[in-house]
Design a protein around this ligand. Structure first.
Ligand code: F6R
Length: 256
């Protein structure tokens, strides 16, 4: 894991955006995995400002709530069109988001996995992290080898996400999520975490043991994962100053 700590969310998000932009300009038909939630919003704003050519890009979203009508403002379908896609020239047929209203969920999940393979695999997967260490919606104790499937959210995640819905009762309990095995197959992962309430999960993921209790810790076994943090999310890392030192002393050719 490479840990990149910036004083502000804006600086961290802009560096992550430069990495994705560079990849898309080198490979116009890139396959990009995307996340939702509050964390990637400044990244998406930075990407929109860069006016990239998305016309050949294919995207796969990590997850979706089960049972909300597709046009509900809190579906990840609505989120992605509102916050990224409608501001780009991406083709609707190249956008892949799990269907939370699929009639046969296991078959849909298997088909989603197949679609990723047919697209050539994910080049860069954007990830956020839950305060309990989840990535995608792989809650603690998820199999580290899991594939796309249905999951039940923890009470903690339902409480965390109630801010988008108005009350905990309105948050769906079930979701479709890429598995940790699916995420581990991406050629590169970019994990973003901002704010003090992510500091404990980040410390566990980066410096703790690899354990299904902190699903993001599986990324320690991924060859190319960059973790972009603000100072607050880095607040419980014992080696924060070492990570800053590494970033400040990169050879020019390695800088993003
Ligand atoms: C969303 C996702 C989740 C979120 C996580 C953090 O697609 O996969 O893992 O990244 O719940 O959410 P925020 O960014 O709202 O704190």
């Amino acid at each position: 894991m490479e840990i990149i700590i910036h004083p502000t969310v804006k600086e961290a998000s802009e560096e992550a955006a430069r990495l994705i932009a560079k990849h898309i300009s080198n490979k116009p038909d890139a396959v990009i995995g995307l996340a939702t939630g509050s964390t990637p919003l400044p990244l998406y704003r930075a990407l929109i400002e860069m006016k990239l050519d998305w016309s050949h890009v294919t995207t796969f979203n990590l997850d979706e709530y089960i049972g909300l009508p597709r046009e509900h403002p809190q579906t990840y379908h609505s989120f992605m069109w509102e916050n990224l896609f409608r501001h780009t020239n991406i083709k609707a047929e190249n956008v892949n988001i799990p269907d939370g209203n699929a009639a046969a969920i296991p078959a849909h999940c298997a088909e989603y996995e197949k679609r990723i393979l047919v697209a050539g695999g994910i080049d860069i997967q954007v990830l956020g992290i839950g305060s309990d260490g989840h990535i995608g919606f792989n809650e603690p104790t998820s199999s580290l080898a899991s594939r796309t499937r249905i999951k039940t959210l923890t009470k903690q995640t339902i409480e965390d996400n109630a801010r988008f819905f108005g009350s905990t009762e309105e948050v769906p309990k079930h979701v479709i999520t890429m598995g940790i095995g699916t995420i581990m197959d991406a050629r590169q992962n970019i994990l973003l975490a901002f704010g003090q309430n992510k500091a404990k999960a980040i410390a566990g993921a980066v410096e703790g043991p690899i354990t299904a209790v902190n699903p993001a810790s599986a990324l320690q076994m991924h060859a190319v994962t960059k973790v972009f943090l603000d100072d607050a999310a880095a607040g419980e890392l014992e080696r924060a100053n070492y990570f800053r030192w590494v970033h400040d002393n990169k050879p020019d050719w390695q800088k993003i």
